[in-house]
Ligand binder design. Structure first.
Ligand SMILES: Cc1ncc(COP(=O)(O)O)c(C=O)c1O
Length: 451
């Protein structure tokens, strides 16, 4: 076993730095050889342990070449972001602490840091300072958590204690989503016993926004799920109209704002997200626009008791007055992931965060003009950080996409948009700057020429 923990950590630091430096000259996607070489990891279960140094070396030698390079601003796949250096470093130190962020009694330090992170998040989003904030693994878990609070609140109002009695025999809850609801909301609804098919789906417009005029009749047992940021087009549902209708009916509104809620932090884009702030619960990600390490999601619920009731283990915990950290997340024991959120906000400040969001959105907005003359079209309005591109035929779109991916210069993926094949570019990394943007444009132009 490690005789000298300092040497081991220095080795880890040196390998990590080497990785981050070398990836600048590497193809974004791993080569087939690197992926095949992963078979070396399929060792027999060791009877006796190996040295930690050797274990780390194996991980680096075999694992590092088979990664996607998501850390140098040339990865535009899904909506991922990179890792701000300050958050990587904060992650390492907090893992060295190894304190459990379930309860204050277990870690005053993580509780203090996460409390500051929670307060700052509420200020950044301009949400009430007494809202509940939970640090969860991602927007899927945040959707699950916000929807659990919605379920608890609506059923409690109907005289049903869902935490105690479950859903058997419970009053019906109506769930309304858009036709372009993100699959993570459906996953959350299915876990919560609300069903992924037992929904009212509202048609969307050509941008992927819910059509408010087609909203069904809402009532006090309805959860309305709205979207701040369509994963393909980046479009925002017409929240002002939708939430006004929900308010009249006393329905609960849940916002999936995995990346779009971060529009709040930018003076230029705040208008897109502001109407959503009237909702009841919010799911967003730290590991997308905020660029903290995986896994990091945030749930915010204005009705603190509804979230705490959902995640209490017994009613006694609630009577215990002190809502502890585990009251706001599905887990008990967990790592203190809010620390990286604290570190990101502290190192960027309001202005740095606004600049990060605006820089990414500006690249998105410049993309259609920058690619004029290539024959590619953008089948939606670019409003935030997402851009789709399509060629004349689906086959050509797929061929161009493959050529870009194989170039190694940058990477983004494909999607289906209203029945057609499209390429989807997401600008969300802290270190995508002009040179990476230009490299990406050149890779696309070359790919178009090559087919
Ligand atoms: C709109 C939206 N909601 C939810 C999610 C799920 O996020 P996560 O993978 O962090 O759980 C995503 C991921 O891309 C998303 O874009």
């Amino acid at each position: 076993m490690a005789e000298n923990i300092r040497d081991l950590l220095i080795r880890a630091q040196s390998l990590a730095s080497e990785y981050l430096e070398n990836t600048h000259s590497r193809a974004v996607a791993p080569t087939e050889e690197a992926v095949s070489a992963l078979s070396e990891l399929k060792e027999a279960l060791p009877t006796n342990g190996h040295r930690p140094e050797d274990t780390l070396d194996l991980m680096h030698r075999v694992g590092s070449p088979a990664t996607f390079v998501t850390t140098d601003g040339r990865y535009f796949g899904f909506v991922t972001g990179g890792v701000l250096p300050g958050t990587l470093a904060a992650n390492w130190l907090s893992v060295a602490w190894d304190n459990n962020s379930a309860m204050r009694a277990q870690s005053p330090a993580t509780e203090a840091l996460e409390s500051v992170a929670a307060a700052w998040i509420l200020q950044l989003f301009d949400l009430p300072s007494n809202a509940a904030v939970g640090f969860v693994t991602g927007a899927t878990a945040a959707n699950l958590s916000g929807l659990a609070a919605a379920r608890s609140h609506l059923l409690a109002r109907l005289g049903w204690d869902v935490e105690a009695r479950g859903l058997f025999g419970a009053p019906e809850i109506k769930v309304v989503v858009s036709d372009e609801v993100h699959v993570s909301v459906l996953k959350a609804l299915s876990i919560l016993g609300l069903g992924r098919e037992r929904l009212i789906r509202v048609p969307t417009d050509d941008q992927g926004r819910m059509r408010a005029e087609l909203l069904p009749v809402l009532d006090a047992s309805t959860i309305l799920c709205v979207q701040a940021g369509n994963v393909n087009s980046g479009a925002f549902d017409p929240a002002a109209e939708l939430i006004a209708a929900a308010r009249k009916a006393d329905a609960w509104v849940h916002v999936d704002g995995a990346f779009g809620l971060w529009a709040c932090v930018s003076p230029g884009y705040r208008g897109l997200a502001r109407p959503f702030l009237e909702a009841d619960s919010f799911a967003t990600d730290g590991h997308k626009m905020l660029n903290v390490p995986y896994d990091s999601g945030i749930v915010i619920v204005k009705n603190k008791e509804a979230l705490a009731r959902s995640f209490s283990t017994t009613a006694a915990y609630l009577e215990d007055s002190a809502f502890d950290m585990f009251s706001f997340t599905p887990e008990f024991s967990r790592r203190a992931r809010g620390i990286e959120i604290w570190a990101a906000i502290r190192t960027l400040g309001r202005s740095g965060l606004a600049a990060l969001v605006e820089r990414n959105c500006d690249f998105a907005k410049r993309t259609p003009d920058a690619l004029a003359g290539t024959g590619l079209t953008v089948p939606h309005n670019v409003v935030f950080n997402q851009v789709m591109l399509a060629a004349g035929t689906d086959e050509d779109t797929s061929r161009i996409l493959r050529a870009v991916q194989e170039s190694g210069v940058c990477w983004f993926g494909g999607t289906k948009w209203h029945g057609r094949q499209a390429m989807r570019i997401s600008f969300s990394a802290w270190n995508t700057t002009e040179p990476q943007f230009q490299l990406m444009l050149t890779a696309i132009r070359n790919a178009v020429r090559s087919i």
